[in-house]
Ligand binder design. Structure first.
Ligand code: FAD
Length: 515
């Protein structure tokens, strides 16, 4: 039995530094330096640098690694995110009907002993025509009126509204790197890994760097991004492509200025559907981060850039657009022998619901908690890790595909192809078939394998105007009056929240001044 003493993380992007911080903090809680975490990052190879929107789990992760919230806000030029505002996803611009809906992070309101509101919304107890998300949660009102999710008096990563963050990816990696080295004892090597050598058991014996020669460890974490240097090139772990389900494989990104330095900052990601994909628009402290995610099968790069620039208007004039390519899919075996891939090296699903960084958080959590104290236990831990990660990927792919296949858009081949039954996984088709006759229930989900809770499925389903026919079950829902009163109470609470919560830009600036 050989005790696990050294971990070497290769790659210093969000995946590398987040994993380094999480692991170093957790495994050394009692005995500092019990496991030494090293990170090697290349001075010559840059970060991808576009992961700007996160999932609410990020608050727990940042709190767990002990990073002060104000320091994080200043260092990563972060802002708050309370959900996603979807435009033109249901129908194209100009078509009659609603042109947007909101996916809030707050779960639907549920008073102890009160009725579950979704069935009553389906049966028409909410104010006439009110969208599901607006009826069951006050967060849409709060976010769309420019309020932040918290007040200065709320503790670090706390606040009355569930939230995540938007941030500059390169700045975020820098804050984590400082914190990891200064507070958590992570040892950084500025070097480029040129190759890795295998040991007799098929694992990695050592990596060889240009600047520092050989580096060895008991466990190697591949965070080299889309390259997948160790897991792919050395360990030959295959990649499962899912482009047959999710068609996007390109992005154009651009950082653009606000119209004025004090322009309001939306506390939500804006996702605007286009002829061959969608555009993200994210408000950071001093600039917007924008990008068009599209399918090369359905448009060409020049046309995509023209569509993107038209969306940006004056803000995009003279701006440099960065073109990126990616493949949707994941490695069913991200952990092989003594090598585990985290981040883009392990897989990627297009960023519609900001799952990239959330999957890094999950992988760090799993690695930390499944990691055996002796190197002989590695294979069992790997099997467990691989099962959990694979299950998450498949469920995320279903969730993202649901956004596309429920659209009523028929204005381009991209949207028409997304309805093609052959492109919709059986698992998703089964769910949608059931939900025609009853709404999603927590029994449809295995909580430990899901990234998205049942309420997120509900927000997207009914935001996309999916029809569930509850009429035959009407007699199972006798509390129409109580439900009407609940809907009215949520509207009154939303009014009070607008008075209580500060302007989003104001709370960010205040917290940054206090650092
Ligand atoms: P990278 O950022 O590419 O970092 C790789 C690191 O490996 C670098 O430090 C590099 O120097 C190092 N490296 C590479 N080769 C070597 C070598 N040979 N030797 C030493 N070091 C090496 N995720 C979200 O959660 N939200 C989003 O909004 C979001 N938007 C996205 C938009 C697009 C278009 C794309 C493609 C991705 C998006 N993602 C998003 C995913 C997100 O960008 C990644 O999950 C995140 O950046 C993590 O990247 P990474 O650390 O795995 O890789």
């Amino acid at each position: 039995m050989a005790r696990l003493k050294n971990v070497l993380i290769v790659g210093g992007g969000t995946a590398g530094w987040l994993t380094a911080c999480y692991l170093a903090k957790a495994v050394n809680a009692v005995d500092p330096r019990s496991v030494q975490v090293h990170l090697v990052e290349s001075p010559d190879i840059g970060l991808l640098g576009v992961g700007e929107a996160t999932f609410p789990s990020i608050r727990g992760t940042l709190a767990a690694i002990g990073l002060d919230e104000r320091r994080f806000l200043v260092g990563a030029t972060a802002t708050y995110k309370q959900g996603i505002h979807y435009r033109h996803w249901v129908r194209p611009p100009g078509a009659p009907g609603a042109d947007h809906f909101f996916h809030p992070f707050n779960a639907p309101s549920q008073r102890p002993g009160g009725p579950e509101l979704l069935p009553y919304w389906l049966l028409g107890a909410a104010p006439h025509g009110m969208p599901f998300a607006d009826a069951v949660s006050m967060q849409t009102t709060v976010a769309e009126h420019g309020r932040g999710p918290k007040r200065t008096r709320d503790g670090d990563y706390q606040g009355p509204m569930n939230h995540a963050f938007h941030f500059d990816a390169a700045c975020f990696a820098r804050v984590l790197a400082e914190h990891g080295q200064q507070a958590l004892g992570v040892v950084r090597h500025a070097a480029t890994v040129e190759r890795a050598e295998r040991d007799a058991r098929g694992g990695i014996a050592r990596v060889v760097t240009k600047e520092e020669g050989e580096l060895t460890a008991d466990l190697y974490v591949d965070c080299t991004g889309l390259r997948g240097l160790l897991v792919g090139q050395v360990m030959q772990s295959p990649f499962r492509r899912r482009a047959d389900v999710l068609f996007a494989d390109r992005a154009i990104a651009m950082q653009v200025p606000y119209d004025t330095p004090d322009a309001p900052i939306p506390s939500y990601t804006i996702s605007t559907a286009q002829e061959a994909g969608w555009i993200w628009d994210i408000g950071l402290q001093r600039r917007r981060g924008t990008g068009y995610v599209y399918a090369s099968r359905h448009t060409c790069d020049d046309r995509a850039e023209a569509v993107f620039r038209q969306y940006l208007g004056k803000a995009g004039e003279g701006g440099n657009a960065t073109h990126l390519q990616f493949e949707t899919g994941y490695r069913p075996e991200p952990w092989r022998k003594n090598c585990v891939a985290i981040g883009l090296a392990g897989g990627f699903v297009e960023p519609l619901e900001s799952t990239g960084i959330a999957l890094i958080e999950l992988a760090s959590y799993l690695l930390t908690h499944l990691l055996p104290g002796d190197t002989d236990g590695m294979d069992g831990a790997a099997r467990h890790f691989n099962e959990m990660m694979g299950a998450r990927y498949e469920r995320i792919i279903d969730f993202i595909k649901m956004h596309y296949c429920l659209s009523q858009r028929r204005d381009s081949a991209f949207w028409i192809d997304n309805r093609d039954l052959a492109s919709i996984p059986d698992t998703l088709r089964d769910k949608l078939a059931k939900w025609k006759h009853r709404p999603p229930h927590r029994l449809d989900f295995i909580t430990d394998l899901e990234m998205f809770m049942p309420c997120s499925w509900q927000y997207i389903l009914y935001g996309m105007e999916f029809q569930t026919d509850l009429a035959p079950m009407r007699s199972a829902f006798p509390h129409m009056d109580a439900a009407r009163e609940e809907f009215a109470m949520i509207q009154r609470a939303a009014g009070r929240a607008l008075e209580d919560l500060p302007d989003h830009r104001a709370i960010i600036e205040q917290l940054c001044r206090e650092y």
